[in-house]
Design a protein around this ligand. Structure first.
Ligand code: PXL
Length: 287
């Protein structure tokens, strides 16, 4: 048994304004009782979603010396969690982190795009590299756009039937990960859901949410961070997915009530406390 909180290495960018990536991952995982060690892939003045020209520094050169240092001091990690990368060479460094802690839970949030489009600066080479990482992961958390990119398909144009949703999840599982979570899906039933698939148990689940007609950046990062910490505290996959979905929904609704500029992201300062309650949710169902 561990005699300290589980330790997560979070490989992601640090954006100063706009509440995404490490700016939200650090408080979320900490408040859930785990130690999170940030390994920034880049520093940006804001996220790339609408503030014009971003001031940024790529930190590819930092990653390998950082890894060497951690190995030298014999640090232990229970989880390696990767997200936004800023150069294709960072893929190899992330894979080195995976190889250096073979017993750690490997979570890949394949941050590449949203709403049917790749994010700015995401090249073919990056897409291919992130695909390689997803194949090595135990858990992946793509949104619907990223799921299609991982499968080499065009993003689904409309609502998904249950059969199509199950097929998508199973095919993502065949790439390698044991646990697949896909966020932001509209089913043919009209339900707005997050979906997951546990390959070991061949079980498929959905978590139905309220659709809120506004998009905030960073919600995928918050979702993946809650899911990761939840799995580390021993929750089943559907429980972890539902905890993440409920928290994101609560935080979006809270923010929406303030009518702030969506580019500023969600007001997690107002809701972080909810994550300490360890509520056992009942809103997930079989898919
Ligand atoms: O939330 C995903 C994300 C992370 N990091 C940066 C981004 C985005 C999405 O736009 O721009 C820098």
């Amino acid at each position: 048994m561990l005699s300290r909180p589980p330790r997560v290495a979070a490989i992601h960018d640090l954006s100063g304004f706009g509440r995404c990536s490490l700016s939200v991952i650090l408080p979320v995982i900490s408040v859930m009782g785990m130690q999170v060690c940030p390994i920034p892939t880049a520093i940006l003045s804001t996220h790339t979603g609408g503030f014009g020209e971003v001031s940024q520094r790529d930190l590819t050169d930092y990653m390998e010396p950082c890894l060497d240092h951690y190995r030298k001091v014999g640090l232990e990690f229970e989880c390696i969690y990767t997200g936004y990368l800023s150069s294709p060479d960072q893929v190899a460094h992330c894979l080195q982190f995976f190889d250096s802690w073979p017993g750690a839970l490997k979570v890949v949030d394949p941050v590449m795009g949203d709403h049917g489009k790749l994010y700015r600066a995401f090249t073919r080479e990056m897409v291919e590299g992130i695909g390689r990482m997803a194949r090595k992961a135990q858990v992946i958390t793509p949104n619907l756009t990223e799921a299609a990119i991982l499968l080499g398909e065009a993003p689904a144009a409309g609502a998904l039937s249950t059969a199509a949703a199950r097929s998508m999840l199973a095919r993502l599982g065949e790439l390698g990960p044991e646990k697949v979570v896909v966020t932001g899906v509209t089913l043919a039933t009209g339900e707005y859901v997050n979906l997951c698939y546990d390959r070991e148990h061949n079980s498929f689940w959905k978590s139905v949410g309220d659709y809120i007609p506004v998009h905030y950046p960073g919600t995928g990062d918050i979702f993946a961070a809650v899911l990761t910490a939840s799995l580390l505290q021993g929750d089943s996959l559907p429980l972890a997915m539902d905890r993440a979905a409920r928290y994101v929904e609560l935080t979006i609704k809270t923010t929406y009530s303030y009518s702030t500029d969506p580019r500023e992201g969600v007001m997690l300062e107002r809701t972080l406390e909810w994550l300490t309650r360890k509520e056992v949710s009942k809103r997930f169902q079989s898919l």
